[in-house]
Design a protein around this ligand. Structure first.
Ligand SMILES: Cc1cc2nc3c(=O)[nH]c(=O)nc-3n(C[C@H](O)[C@H](O)[C@H](O)COP(=O)(O)O)c2cc1C
Length: 349
């Protein structure tokens, strides 16, 4: 989850404090926030980047944190496209000013169509520009492994560049990247191929999709089933099923959120595209999370805000679900004391 605390794309002390909570929380894996493959692909000036070799050492401090405590780590590789160059959410998320303290940069998109009518018009990418961004995803994947990440996730959701190529609401091109679904998927598939080309077979590749736009004329579930099938054929292992974000500055702006609201999307993609899925979106209750996996709706469960509120969610879930020795989700430094029952503090400490 974006923290908006990077400086020139670099990881800082906030990120270490933030990720330490999850490194100790008994998770199976953690995915670092949307991290841009180019400087102009950041959402805000505070977003993390992986567009320079100099970013690697900071990113390594995150992967080491997770590895030290037995948690796998992934990184979400992204390009914000026409939703870049904005202020942080708590500063209003509006487009940056050209002469502001943090100056605006020119955004790029499939077509010269802004994310909102009053926003600056992005530059429509030419074929060379598209190829350069695909190459940036490839280079970023190499840097990710050098930094120690176990896997990468391609950010193909929430109205950012890859999603904006897919959605007819943002893509009005009439070349081989626009028009038919096959053409609108081309950029996503080129990115997936580039990422797979530098990933050994034991490296899983995740792809986060906005499975539906939930807006008239936008991406439908049927479109996403075709996309997910094509991604699977190109070596994507997990489709992380989110939704929304093509219109407006904030992901999920138009969708009505209620507990487990996106699980049916993960179930449909899993059943129809034959690919493993990850479910996300207000999965709060451990029983619902367990059922989503047990009932074959998803292979993995992702938590965002609930984990932010309670980084010990996994321990709580293990207790609630009646797992034996639930304390073992923690490293031994915690597990020993939580699992040993009443102890005589006078002689043991
Ligand atoms: C502060 C914040 C930052 C987020 N950053 C990202 C991000 O970097 N990449 C992404 O794909 N989704 C991002 N999201 C969306 C979440 O990953 C998640 O899909 C959404 O919050 C719904 O799940 P939840 O109900 O468990 O939070 C963010 C959401 C929030 C609230």
């Amino acid at each position: 989850m974006c923290q908006y605390q990077a400086v020139d794309g670099h990881i800082g002390r906030w990120h270490l404090a933030h990720h330490s909570r999850f490194a100790l929380g008994g998770l199976g894996a953690a995915i670092l926030e949307a991290t841009s493959v180019t400087a102009d692909g950041r959402i805000t000036p505070g977003c993390t980047g992986i567009y320079d070799d100099a970013h690697i050492s900071g990113l390594r401090s995150i992967t080491e944190l997770y590895r030290d405590h037995g948690v796998l780590s992934g990184i979400q590789l992204s390009h914000a496209g026409r939703k870049g160059s904005t202020a942080r959410p708590w500063e209003g998320a509006a487009p940056l000013e050209a002469n502001g303290e943090e100056p605006a940069w020119r955004t790029v998109a499939p077509s010269a169509v802004p994310a909102r009518p009053e926003w600056p018009v992005p530059l429509a990418l030419c074929e060379d520009g598209i190829a350069a961004i695909v190459e940036a995803f490839r280079t970023a994947t190499l840097r990710s492994y050098e930094a120690g990440f176990d896997f990468v996730e391609i950010h193909g959701a929430h109205g950012y560049l890859i999603h904006s190529f897919l959605s007819p609401l943002a893509n009005q091109r009439n070349d081989r990247f626009g028009g038919s679904l096959e053409n609108r998927m081309r950029f996503a598939l080129m990115v997936a191929e580039a990422v797979r080309s530098v990933s050994s077979h034991d490296r899983p590749i995740f792809y986060r999709a906005s499975v539906i736009d939930d807006v008239e004329g936008g991406v439908t579930l049927e479109d996403s089933i075709v996309l997910a099938t094509a991604l699977r054929e190109r070596g994507v292992d997990v489709v992380d099923c989110s939704a929304g974000g093509i219109v407006g500055p904030v992901a999920l702006g138009l969708l009505k959120q209620k507990p487990n609201f996106q699980v049916p999307l993960a179930a449909a993609i899993r059943a129809k595209a034959g690919v493993a899925t990850m479910a996300v979106g207000l999965i709060i209750d451990p029983v619902s999370a367990e059922n989503a996996v047990a009932n074959g709706h998803a292979d993995l469960i992702a938590l965002g805000r609930e984990l932010m509120a309670d980084s010990n969610w996994v321990y709580r879930a293990a207790r609630q679900l009646g797992v034996s020795n639930p304390e073992k989700v923690f490293p031994p430094e915690y597990a020993f004391y939580l699992g040993s029952g009443p102890i005589d503090l006078r002689c043991s400490i």
